[in-house]
Design a binder for this molecule. Structure first.
Ligand code: ADP
Ligand code: MG
Length: 377
């Protein structure tokens, strides 16, 4: 961890990116009513940037002079930070760029990272404006932690970077179907859940993962073997641009079977699969209470077919306080992993990464411990 606003480093301040369309369109008003005053009182120089369209933030961050900014802060839902993180990773100087601290203020309908940041302060759960004020204080204190990024490969060859979650099945369907209820803010997920519950279905596919042992070093040295085996099969080592990428040493190509050290899940009929990288999946869903910013762990949850509606409803309610694993439901499984592969067979379908819909099909992912920096309390 580190401190953001040390003496002498104050000249440039923070860029506050606002998505005026997020949630019910309240983010700009929240800036005016709370954030501007908090930053001014804390004597933190800041510049407001309002995005004009999707991917505007990503393009801006890709081309920005980052020496000008102490931090990039977003006041929106998680989707705008997803743009910022991927904009930083798009850059030829990504290794340095991704060290730029990023901060989050809840201004959208999906405020999972903001809820997680508040959770890491160990203060009692809050919602809405109280969550905004809490995250505002965290920002003014200006402490940073390392943040894991999860490298995600889609079957088209697209690679993206995730800080929050990968979802398929029930949760992904709710996230996207509830877009129509965005006027009610975070409540859209509750309404969406009830609607989906009424038409409960299952999703067929294959799931595999590399288990995380308690010892990260063992996992890394095993991974090194996978990577060495791959490297000896390819002669890409003389390609200079290859060295400059963040290498996914745990993964083999999607068209090859997963390595021996992986666990292949026997069940192939699911209600949901969610890979969590932070504690909260939404402002009200404490899915992975033990997760923290840079644990290097993929907290993998899956629910297998055969679960009844009442049990499912009970589990979702328990998730609000993070007690769902205490219900002892045999259909809900939790595993800690370093990497995973998901091959959906049910078509059509929805997959989300950090709440954003991505191309539907096989994907794989691996955690990279602490490669980014997040403003935390
Ligand atoms: P919410 O939590 O309400 O979904 P997000 O911050 O996740 O809010 O933003 C939702 C979507 O809007 C994201 O896909 C994001 O990339 C996109 N977006 C960002 N800026 C704009 C804009 N100015 N107009 C429209 N969409 C935008
Ligand atoms: Mg969103």
């Amino acid at each position: 961890s580190g401190v953001l606003f040390s003496e002498g480093l104050r000249s440039c301040g923070v860029m506050v990116l606002v998505n005026p369309q997020s949630g019910w369109g309240q983010a700009t008003a929240l800036y005016n009513s709370h954030i501007q005053r908090m930053l001014t009182e804390a004597d933190i120089p800041h510049t407001l940037v309002i995005t004009e369209r999707q991917n505007h933030a990503r393009e801006m961050v890709r081309n920005a002079d980052l020496t000008q900014w102490d931090a990039l802060v977003i006041l929106s839902g998680d989707g705008l930070l997803f743009e910022v993180v991927n904009g930083l990773m798009d850059r030829p100087d990504w290794e340095k760029a991704i060290q730029t601290p990023v901060g989050i203020l809840p201004g959208g309908s999906g405020n999972a990272l903001a809820a997680s940041v508040h959770h890491y302060t160990r203060k009692p759960q809050v919602w809405g404006e109280d969550l905004l004020v809490s995250c505002g204080f965290v920002l003014c204190k200006g402490l940073t932690s390392k943040l894991d990024l999860i490298s995600v490969h889609l079957s088209s060859g697209v690679r993206l970077f995730s800080f929050l979650s990968i979802a398929w099945g029930f949760v992904a369907d709710v996230d996207i179907e509830s877009e129509q209820f965005r006027l009610i803010g975070p409540f859209r997920f509750i309404v969406g859940t009830l609607v989906r519950l009424a038409s409960l279905r299952t999703y067929r596919g294959k799931l595999a993962f590399l288990p995380a042992t308690d010892n990260l070093e063992t996992d890394v040295s095993q991974a090194q073997q996978t990577h060495n085996n791959r490297a000896s099969n390819k002669s890409s080592e003389h390609n200079p641009s290859e060295h400059k990428r963040l290498v996914d040493h745990l993964l083999v190509p999607l068209d090859q079977p997963v390595p021996q050290s992986w666990t292949v899940v026997e069940e192939q009929e699911f209600v949901l699969v969610v890979a969590m990288f932070q504690s909260y999946l939404g402002e009200d869903w404490l899915v992975a209470p033990s997760a923290f910013t840079d644990d290097g762990v993929i907290h993998l949850f899956y629910m297998t077919a055969g679960i009844s509606r009442p049990t499912l409803l009970r589990l979702f309610r328990a998730m609000q306080s993070g007690t769902h694993m205490e219900c002892g439901c045999p259909h809900l499984v939790y595993r800690r992993a370093r990497a995973l592969r998901l091959e959906p067979e049910t078509r059509p379908g929805i997959i989300t990464v950090d709440g954003e819909q991505v191309e539907y099909g096989p994907l794989q992912a691996q955690a990279h411990r602490g490669v980014a920096r997040l403003i935390t309390g």
